[in-house]
Ligand binder design. Structure first.
Ligand SMILES: Nc1ncnc2c1ncn2[C@@H]1O[C@H](COP(=O)(O)OP(=O)(O)OP(=O)(O)O)[C@@H](O)[C@H]1O
Ligand SMILES: [Mg+2]
Length: 616
């Protein structure tokens, strides 16, 4: 794919809008320091060992100089042996120090990564449902894995490398000037050349890194969409394997291109720098040799200088390169901080209202609620109703009427644009998240089970429930026969998203969860799939248990729910058009009557009249 075409795709798919380009700012650096602050003691320890290591590295050249100019010239054997022993001892201690330093560095880097990773996870949880409907899961995944991996590299290499190198250059130069300022000056002449890359490449590195991480996110997103269970079912049934493989190849190729480009930024300039650094030894031996011949310097000094030069240029050139890595690192931190800056869609109130009394059923009230998923498109235009405590409210209406939207607002997946949703008289936005979730339970159409045992999936409704309670809930939800039939009963692993179970069984698992949870308000989106009369009766019995003594708002797809409802709301076009009980609405001969004849006509749905009788 051409670079241009790739950009177009990015523009389309990029829903993590904070990725808008921009240079990393001082603000990023400031926040990075704030992130490091809690670990300042560890960092101080690492830095102390670093200083020690650098100082230890400065000593051997001095010993060499002493051997050549002192011990050898005066034929002093004792001092020769001692100095030679020093040449072994100091590097040995240095090696030990460097192990400790590596350890502390790794601990600091990994601890910072761990902090960021957990902060990102928690922040991701707070972003709200809207964010996840707009963002492919793989992109979020990529942010937590790929971006943090890249940060890890930067942290463990650059950040500490920067300090070591700066310190080494400074101390080595200082020592050189003390020993012989003329020679030091000659060696230092070359140093400004190392500053060259520092002056350019910042922007290009920043862009290259962003592009790499962006293309990585694309690839991960595609991977998670297509090479997972639910994706594979679609891909296999439509025979699109080759097409998806081609698309993956495309994404992977752009990752390759971006990575190569990123690693090549600044390489040409560092080549120039390396050539320049050969100038140092040339100057040293030429000019230094001249000084020795003319008796203005000692031979030992030249040898010591040659050793120092080696020690000087390698940190100096990585120092020069560290601008690109540093900017790259800041770019990565920028991405992470921007993620952490995304505002929560449904924020927790700072001063939450107290919840009305304990386990009593509560009233759920919609007061002139207006809402749209996008600011431009209003989906609900002033919806008002009250689900009275302990009563069953059924919502019916044609497809696209806004039924699921009403339920989503009742569950505070979103906040209304105008009007309010109140629970026990308090607006949902003013309730503490924990109180709200404890009072309310949602059973959605699309069931999501975790890859674990049936027992743990049911227990998700109330993690503190013991085994006996889980079993009772399962039985109340009419799962007894299923459990008896499964090879390992409640301990059977149900597979990702519950593929191990039939549609009707999954619904009953969801009902068991809700029974265990024992909420005072239940929001239910009945599954649309029609079941045979046996399965239907099982669900019916499970729901009867679940509905008892709670405020229920149910999007009804089953006649029995509609007939049992204390109040039926007929939604259409984002408004409540009719409301009342079944018989009364049927008599009106309006929208409800039409819907009823279409969906539940006794002639078609067989036995509905008998059921009607049973409800009365
Ligand atoms: N996440 C979303 N983003 C944007 N628009 C949405 C979103 N979800 C639903 N809509 C739109 O809102 C309107 C109401 O949808 P809703 O899902 O509430 O209908 P429904 O009554 O539940 O229909 P059905 O009976 O088919 O489930 C529809 O026009 C739909 O396209
Ligand atoms: Mg719906």
């Amino acid at each position: 794919m051409s670079m241009h075409g790739m950009h177009a795709v990015w523009e389309q798919r990029r829903s993590l809008r904070y990725m808008e380009q921009g240079q990393p700012t001082k603000e990023t650096a400031r926040r990075l320091l704030a992130t490091l602050r809690p670990h300042r003691r560890l960092i101080a320890g690492a830095l102390t060992l670093t200083v020690l290591g650098v100082v230890l590295g400065l000593i051997p050249p001095l010993l060499m100089r002493q051997i050549i100019d002192g011990a050898i010239r005066r034929r002093n054997y004792a001092s020769l042996w001692w100095l030679a022993a020093g040449l072994l001892a100091f590097p040995a201690v240095g090696a030990v120090v460097s192990v400790g330093q590596s350890y502390l560095n790794a601990v600091v880097a990994q601890t910072v990564i761990h902090d960021l990773r957990t902060a990102m996870y928690r922040h991701g949880q707070r972003l709200g449902i809207r964010f996840f409907t707009k963002t492919p899961g793989g992109e979020i995944h990529s942010r937590l894995v790929n971006d943090l991996n890249a940060v890890q590299n930067v942290l463990s290499r650059t950040m500490t490398g920067l300090f070591v190198n700066a310190l080494t250059v400074t101390l080595t130069l200082a020592t050189m000037f003390v020993i012989n300022w003329q020679l030091a000056l000659a060696a230092a002449l070359v140093l400004p050349a190392f500053a060259l890359p520092v002056l350019s490449f910042g922007r290009r590195t920043y862009d290259a890194i962003n592009r790499t991480q962006e293309s990585m996110a694309q690839m991960t997103a595609h991977l998670e969409e297509t090479l997972t269970l639910s994706g594979m079912v679609v891909v296999t049934s439509f025979g699109t394997r080759p097409r998806e493989a081609d698309r993956f190849t495309g994404y992977s190729a752009s990752v390759r291109t971006c990575q190569v480009r990123q690693s090549m930024v600044g390489q040409w300039l560092s080549m120039v720098v390396r050539i320049l650094s050969a100038l140092g030894p040339a100057l040293l031996y030429g000019y230094g040799g001249y000084l020795v011949i003319t008796h203005r310097a000692e031979l030992g000094t030249i040898v010591a200088f040659a050793t120092y030069l080696v020690q000087l240029y390698s940190p100096a050139s990585s120092l020069a390169g560290s601008n690109t890595t540093l900017i790259g690192g800041l770019a990565l931190f920028d991405r992470i901080f921007r993620f952490l800056d995304l505002p929560a869609d449904v924020p927790e109130p700072s001063a939450p209202q107290a919840m009305a009394a304990g386990t009593m059923p509560l009233a759920l009230e919609f007061d002139c609620v207006q809402f749209g998923y996008q600011p431009s498109e209003e989906v609900l235009h002033g919806v008002s109703f009250t689900a009275e405590p302990g009563q069953l409210t059924a919502v019916v209406g044609p497809s696209g009427a806004g039924k699921s939207t009403i339920l989503a607002l009742a569950a505070r997946f979103y906040d209304p644009e105008a009007g309010a949703v109140r629970l026990g008289g308090v607006s949902l936005a003013e309730l503490a998240e924990a109180d709200l979730r404890a009072a309310m339970s949602v059973v959605t159409q699309e069931l999501y089970l975790f890859h674990t045992t049936l027992q743990d999936n049911i227990r998700y409704g109330r993690p503190t429930a013991d085994d006996a309670e889980v079993r009772r809930a399962a039985e109340a939800a009419q799962l007894g026969d299923l459990i008896a039939a499964l090879p390992e009963g409640l301990h059977t692993v149900v597979g990702e998203r519950g593929y191990r179970l039939s549609g009707g069984e999954k619904q009953r698992v969801a009902i068991a969860r809700a029974i265990l949870r024992n909420p005072s308000v239940l929001l239910l989106d009945e599954a649309t799939s029609s079941l045979d009369s046996h399965a239907e009766r099982l669900i019916q019995e499970a729901l009867d248990r679940l509905f008892r003594g709670r405020t229920v708002v149910a999007i009804a797809h089953r006649l029995s729910t509609v007939l049992a409802a204390d109040q039926i709301l007929v939604a259409d076009g984002g408004r409540i058009r009719e409301r009342g009980r079944h018989a009364q609405l049927l008599r009106q001969g309006g929208l409800y009557a039409a819907l009823y004849h279409e969906q539940f006509d006794p002639g078609l749905a067989g036995g509905a009249e008998a059921m009607q009788a049973a409800v009365r």
